[in-house]
Design a protein around this ligand. Structure first.
Ligand SMILES: Nc1ncnc2c1ncn2[C@@H]1O[C@H](COP(=O)(O)OP(=O)(O)OP(=O)(O)O)[C@@H](O)[C@H]1O
Length: 957
């Protein structure tokens, strides 16, 4: 058995014993190495071997082709499994582990897609990866580095592995927020940690916000399209009539405003060379007029353009990072890139990677422009390295062949785009794959649709948004995407619908003059376009690149449905029409669809998510009343203001009081509404609270999962919890796992701003058994990876790894009781004592021993105090009295509402105005009420009126 090791394995303490044990494992002598299998769902494929009396070795088995290898992961020193990076705090009882032999273990080995025969070091992200020689060479090369690679060539994987070795502050930035988030999760997968490093993963917009949050909102394509439509109509300019809005925006963003020195002046713009603009010199005056209108529209509509901001922000950008990575650099303009590089402490400490064949967004990217940014530093230019990754780890062999064929056509027809992107891709994966060209016939489409419409493993792509209408008539799958939407997605099977037939003329141009003989070479030679004034690449770039992106979305098979199967392009791609289409599709389960919906939601593909919920999941609204803020208010009015007869509303309010822990409401119900049962609040709170979600305490998960299938993963229970919140509050780890597995949303909140983690924390803070029991596992599962706050100036991302993270969440959970429980009524702020009391029984894995010390904690709060002068101050808190802190009232929190990110002022996010309904103003409480009012005033929010329940009483004093 071959022995492999992960990159940061440290065996120095046990060198001899380690050699002996791996020799035994290599000989498949599991008995000699005293191998035991670890049990537990989270680490089911791990084994341990015995090094000596005290130390153990953790490993796992991998299979590459027919060979099984053992991957050595970690040395466990002195039986201390609790410290293991792979076991994450699990308690292991050595006596209970069972011996296993090599043959049995080998049968469960996980597949490894590629194994470099020369290298025994394995990199670990979400899965083990063996770098090929080119990846390995880049991995070892010093920065600055530029990595050019095709789709699926492992750019992101390589980049993240390089980032792991950086000391100090490291930044990963990329265009899409989704990619930044998934890169972060890949980075920290398998318990990776690096002392002495602070890594931040941001989308480009978040990066801009981390310097200073621009006022207003980013202008999206939708905004632009709406505006352009109006302008086009009002100006009645015949020249603008036939022009596509995408092209105008591309010209503005990619040409006029993209340069490092800011927007071009009219003179400079008019003087651009023929290949530097989409538009002919004669049209440019008009374009510049339009650009000026665009600027005043942005201002009036309170929108911003990231290019223009990038230029303005240069003066604000201070050197901060020790290393910067920019992924998908082709999506970023030179002025944006210059802003990112301006935050480096030392020039040259960066890595850029991207693929110019994948540009379908408005953009005028060129590698030459990117390089010119650092060519100005002569020393950097010398050290600069450009590496090309030419393997493809994602697509099947046949797809790669077709995609390469397209690259050859593009190069023959238009010349090489640049030296950097002039290469073909090698397929590494074992999958052969099939590419089928089939005629656009009704019976064939019907049959195909029948097979794929219920499968999450098939997606249909069209070139443009407007092409969807026609496609929808034949394909009823919710997974229908335009090429702009499809970028970055990946499916096992992809159907391309009328990509070429609907754009026959353009593809005729693209294939013009190219012959089969031109495409026989296995390499691309560097060739310039025949005619330097030929701008056709710019015009046709969208079509070729869109087809290239579409072809590289499938991991296994492609189906091209075309009316014009005789088009020359197919001949050049060596695709011949098939009479029938072989499709092996199975209906996916509802769980698969729930997961798919969640995945797409995270990527912002709301249209497809809605279609899945509407057409496949067919979820209906819940048949019970949901006591959210509006419904609770209605009840308060009924019971206290209108004094409506009948016991039901009073009982419902009591249920609310128990579930949301409102002792004051219970007191009002008892004293002012005559509900005697409410006097038992302290004794009955927990049992009544649980009544509304009793199914969530059961080991049998069926009932809850059935409800999720009927009403959706995010439906609301009577007390306005989502299923995930209720499962968290019930401490039901298995149910939480099942819900997350089906795509439940960790970030969803109730009307007090509590998410599932907060519901679990509230229980852990008041119940010892909960804190030391299920909470450890719940935290691992539920904690969002970061919280984004706006300090009034800049975005601060509080990552789960930062000490501030758990403190912030604790403040969040302890906020409401400060106004409703009367215990700290005289301050409505928190001190170390209150926080440490809440943390008392939590596992060490959540709050480490050293972070539970008073001086450490007060130092942490003081360092983040809004008025404190400290370079890394995150300005989270405000000191209200000696040693007592509250949130900084100027903070805003990033929340997702109706599919859009919005900044919500912190006291609004915590719903302080509604908390006011449960904060009495009678004697003994007036201080809490006063503070509540002063917080509202400080945050510039409207004054709180008297609680509805108190209206009939004496009023505020
Ligand atoms: N050496 C390797 N062996 C096996 N799998 C690999 C290797 N390198 C990368 N991969 C895998 O191939 C897939 C594509 O890699 P990655 O996402 O890093 O590529 P990329 O170049 O960033 O792709 P794209 O530009 O299309 O987003 C991932 O699943 C990654 O884990």
């Amino acid at each position: 058995m071959k022995i492999l090791e992960i990159a940061d394995l440290d065996t120095s303490r046990v060198r001899l014993a380690y050699q002996k044990v791996i020799a035994a494992i290599a000989n498949r002598d599991f008995r000699g190495a005293q191998v035991r299998k670890l049990t537990g769902a989270a680490y089911a494929d791990l084994y341990r071997a015995r090094l000596n009396d005290a130390d153990r070795l953790i490993f796992r088995l991998l299979r590459h082709d027919d060979e099984v290898c053992a991957l050595m992961l970690e040395v466990i020193v002195n039986h201390d499994y609790g410290k293991s990076r792979f076991l994450r705090g699990a308690v292991i009882d050595e006596d209970k582990l069972v011996a296993c032999d090599a043959a049995e273990a080998e049968s469960g080995a996980r597949p490894l897609r590629y194994l470099n025969p020369e290298v025994k070091i394995i990199h670990l992200l979400d899965k083990p990866i063996s770098f090929d020689d080119v990846q390995d060479a880049v991995f070892r090369a010093p920065p600055p580095l530029v990595i050019v690679g095709g789709a699926g060539s492992g750019k992101t994987a390589l980049t993240l592995e390089k980032l792991k070795h950086v000391e100090g502050e490291a930044l990963y930035v990329t265009h899409s927020a989704y990619l930044a988030q998934s890169a972060r999760n890949l980075y920290y997968a398998n318990g990776f940690e690096r002392a002495g490093q602070e890594a931040t993963f941001l989308s480009y917009r978040e990066f801009v916000e981390s310097i200073h949050v621009p006022p207003g909102r980013e202008a999206a394509w939708r905004d632009f399209a709406g505006w352009f439509q109006r302008v086009r109509q009002s100006v009645k300019d015949p020249e603008l009539r036939g022009v596509d809005g995408h092209q105008i925006l591309e010209e503005i963003r990619g040409v006029i405003t993209a340069g490092e020195r800011g927007a071009l002046s009219r003179e400079d713009y008019l003087a651009l060379g023929v290949r530097q603009s989409i538009f002919a010199a004669s049209q440019r005056g008009r374009l510049y007029d339009l650009f000026e209108k665009y600027l005043s529209w942005l201002k009036d509509a309170k929108l911003y353009d990231l290019n223009l901001i990038a230029h303005e922000w240069r003066a604000k950008a201070a050197p901060r990072y020790d290393f910067v990575v920019i992924d998908e650099v082709q999506d970023i303009t030179p002025v944006e890139l210059a802003l990112v590089l301006a935050t480096l402490r030392h020039p040259g400490r960066f890595l850029l990677c991207g693929d110019s064949n994948q540009i379908v967004h408005p953009n005028f990217f060129s590698w030459a422009q990117v390089k010119s940014l650092f060519w100005r530093e002569p020393e950097l230019a010398q050290r600069q390295q450009l590496s090309m990754l030419t393997a493809n780890f994602r697509n099947s062999r046949e797809e790669t062949r077709v995609a390469n064929q397209l690259l050859k056509i593009k190069q023959r027809r238009f010349g090489s785009i640049d030296r950097e992107s002039n290469f073909l891709v090698r397929a590494v994966g074992a999958e052969a794959g099939v590419v089928t060209l089939a005629p656009d016939k009704d019976d064939l489409k019907r049959e195909l649709n029948q097979k794929i419409r219920q499968s999450t493993r098939f997606a249909v792509l069209v070139m443009r948004e407007e092409d969807k209408i026609e496609a929808r008539k034949h394909f009823t799958t919710p997974l229908l995407f335009s090429i702009h939407e499809a970028k970055g997605l990946e499916y096992e099977n992809i159907v391309l619908y009328r990509f070429i037939s609907d754009h026959r003329a353009e593809f005729n141009e693209i294939a013009d003059g190219v012959t089969a003989q031109d495409l026989t070479a296995d390499e691309l030679d560097y060739r310039r376009a025949k005619d330097k004034t030929d701008k056709s690449l710019e015009v046709y770039k969208f079509f070729v690149n869109a087809l290239y992106v579409a072809l590289t979305r499938a991991t296994a098979n492609l189906y091209l449905i075309e009316s014009d199967t005789g088009h020359r392009l197919f001949e050049l791609l060596e695709l011949t029409p098939a009479g029938r289409v072989q499709v092996d599709a199975k209906q996916s389960s509802l769980e698969d669809w729930q997961r798919e919906a969640r995945k797409l939601e995270l990527q912002g593909k709301q249209e497809q998510v809605d279609a899945i919920r509407r057409d496949i999941l067919r979820q209906s609204p819940v048949p019970w009343p949901v006591f959210d803020q509006a419904k609770t208010t209605e009840l308060l009015i009924k019971v206290f203001r209108d004094r409506a007869p009948g016991g039901k509303p009073r009982q419902q309010l009591f249920d609310i009081a128990c579930c949301h822990d409102e002792p004051v409401l219970a007191r009002w119900l008892a004293r002012n509404a005559g509900l005697d049962a409410a006097r038992q609040f302290d004794r009955q709170r927990d049992s009544i609270a649980r009544k509304s979600y009793s199914a969530y305490f059961s080991k049998n998960l069926k009932e809850v999962l059935y409800q999720c299938a009927s009403y959706g993963m995010e439906h609301r229970l009577p007390m306005n919890q989502t299923p995930l919140m209720a499962a968290a509050a019930a401490g039901n780890v298995a149910l939480v796992e099942a819900l997350l597995e089906r795509g439940a949303d960790r970030q969803n909140i109730d009307h007090f701003g509590y998410n599932a983690l907060h519901w679990a924390m509230r229980e852990a803070f008041r119940d010892r058994a909960f804190a030391s029991g299920p909470f450890g596992a719940l935290y691992e599962l539920l904690a969002p990876s970061s919280v984004d706050v706006n300090t009034g100036e800049r975005l601060v991302r509080i990552d789960q790894r930062h000490a501030e993270y758990f403190l912030f969440q604790t403040f969040w959970v302890l906020f409401k009781p400060l106004f409703t429980h009367g215990r700290s009524q005289d301050i409505a702020a928190l001190d170390t004592r209150a926080i440490l009391a809440a943390w008392d029984d939590l596992p060490i894995a959540i709050v480490a021993e050293e972070r539970r010390k008073k001086p450490y904690l007060s130092g942490l709060m003081a360092r983040n105090e809004v008025d404190r002068d400290y370079a890394y101050n995150r300005r989270l808190f405000k000191r209200r009295a000696l040693g007592r802190y509250q949130f900084n009232s100027a903070l805003a929190l990033r929340q997702r509402r109706n599919g859009e990110d919005v900044w919500t002022p912190i006291f609004e996010a915590l719903n302080l105005p509604f908390i006011a309904e449960f904060t009495p103003s009678d004697f003994g409480w007036n201080r809490a009420r006063q503070l509540l009012r002063s917080y509202l005033a400080e945050a510039g929010m409207p004054e709180a009126s008297l609680p509805i329940a108190e209206e009939g009483m004496n009023g505020e004093n």
